[in-house]
Design a protein around this ligand. Structure first.
Ligand SMILES: NC(=O)c1ccc[n+]([C@@H]2O[C@H](COP(=O)([O-])OP(=O)(O)OC[C@H]3O[C@@H](n4cnc5c(N)ncnc54)[C@H](O)[C@@H]3O)[C@@H](O)[C@H]2O)c1
Length: 386
């Protein structure tokens, strides 16, 4: 059977996670071309994907190739919408890196374009496919924790980009750290604990780092009644500070009958409260009543699994895809609601009414998205839920 031809749009940092993932399913697919205007990155791309890979300057050239049956979008966030619309118009299924779009309005345009063209739209939210994060999901879904009262999710990094980087631009990123990366935590929480009811958010801009916020905290009430505490700090070195360092990411869940957590670098653990669910004691051992015990987990990474499943789905095989565009739009909606809360100083209830992205007057990014006339085919009704 002929291999599925993949085109990758963008050849920057995250290609380092995508390229080996395609190699693991190389019996089914081949990356035939990459679009990357920065020629200083071409040597690395050849090293990652092999000397046969064809290199182009712009994503539109790769979408147009006949040998490309599907595209993987690893572009700056402000290009996710126009690249998805262009791929859909060419009839090519799309895998797009998180964050899906800069706001929920852009997500809706992406969903409409793909639906109209009859092609699939999958978002690479890798945490949902990671073996350790999946182990925590299994604990939560088994019900052994009882009624869940509280969630805590954190993301810690030291993020410094050069002055010309799109990441420094609010228009490039779709805001700041919350939209860019706290969406990992928001997406995971929606997967673990259901939909958000309301959010209250505060953000802190550190202007020498970037236009958008570097630090953000969200207090949320979930539809289940649980409370959640989510935070991102892009101004900390705590997770890389020697043997007593703190964590990069943590997810903690606390229920009436037990608790569990995932911590990066450590694993996934469960603790049972007395009186405990008997099935849980049999499963995790009586010691789980005294201390956190490790939950068995696989060893695969999220990108590897997500890309593997996506490629299987392209080949018409049964695949476990968890992150269709229609599902993931809700993650962007929560982040956008958090921004509206931070701006207004009020709690914001979900759902929110989508609004088009407006580039700031000082934006240096040029026309980031297709003109409204070019998008008109894909705009239905008032643009989504009110
Ligand atoms: N899942 C994760 O943990 C994770 C981590 C990092 C990045 N990401 C995501 O991956 C995506 C890319 O991020 P990155 O860190 O690789 O960024 P990056 O800036 O390193 O790479 C983006 C590349 O796109 C190229 N590009 C710009 N305009 C282009 C055009 N018109 N045609 C073709 N290429 C063009 C740039 O030259 C750049 O090399 C983003 O959505 C980001 O959020 C995800």
């Amino acid at each position: 059977m002929a291999k599925i031809g993949i085109g990758i749009l963008g050849g920057g940092g995250i290609l380092g996670a995508h390229a080996p993932s395609y190699q693991k399913v190389s019996r089914l697919c081949q990356v035939v071309a990459v679009a990357e205007p920065d020629t200083s990155r071409h040597e690395r791309i050849r090293q990652l994907l092999g000397p046969q890979v064809q290199l182009y300057q712009d994503y539109r050239e790769v979408i147009a190739l006949e040998a490309v049956a599907a595209v993987d979008i690893v572009l700056p966030h402000y290009l996710h919408l126009p690249a998805t619309v262009a791929a859909a118009r060419a009839g090519k299924p799309v895998l797009v890196e998180k964050v899906m779009g800069r706001n929920v309005y852009e997500c809706d345009r992406m969903i409409e374009a793909c639906a109209k063209a009859g092609v699939s739209l999958t978002v690479c939210h890798d945490r949902r496919y990671d073996s350790q994060w999946m182990a925590l999901k299994e604990v939560v879904d088994s019900g052994v924790l009882g009624e869940i009262f509280y969630w805590k999710l954190e993301h810690n990094q030291n993020v410094v980009f050069p002055p010309e980087s799109w990441v420094r631009s609010r228009d490039g990123l779709g805001g700041g750290a919350v939209m860019s990366c706290l969406t990992h935590q928001i997406d995971a929480l929606r997967w673990y604990g259901g939909e958000f009811e309301s959010v209250t958010c505060m953000t802190r801009v550190i202007p020498e780092r970037m236009e958008g916020e570097t630090i953000g905290v969200i207090a949320a009430r979930m539809q289940s009644g649980a409370l959640a505490n989510l935070s991102i700090n892009w101004f900390t070195r705590s997770h890389r500070a020697g043997p007593d360092a703190l964590w990069y990411e943590v997810v903690q869940v606390c229920g009436r009958q037990g608790e569990a957590y995932f911590m990066s670098g450590r694993g996934t653990f469960v603790l049972l409260h007395e009186p405990a669910d008997r099935r849980a004691v049999r499963k995790y051992g009586a010691e789980a009543l005294e201390r956190f015990v490790r939950v068995p987990a696989g060893t695969w990474g999220g990108h590897e699994r997500c890309i593997g499943e996506w490629v299987k789905s392209l080949g018409g095989k049964r695949a476990q895809l968890l992150t269709d565009g229609r599902e993931v739009r809700g993650t962007v909606e929560v982040a956008e609601a958090a921004y509206r809360s931070a701006e207004s100083g009020r709690t914001v209830k979900l759902p929110i009414k989508p609004r088009p992205w407006r580039n700031s007057s000082k934006s240096k990014l040029g026309p980031a998205q297709p003109k409204q006339s070019a998008l008109a085919d894909y705009v239905v009704g008032a643009g989504g839920r009110s």
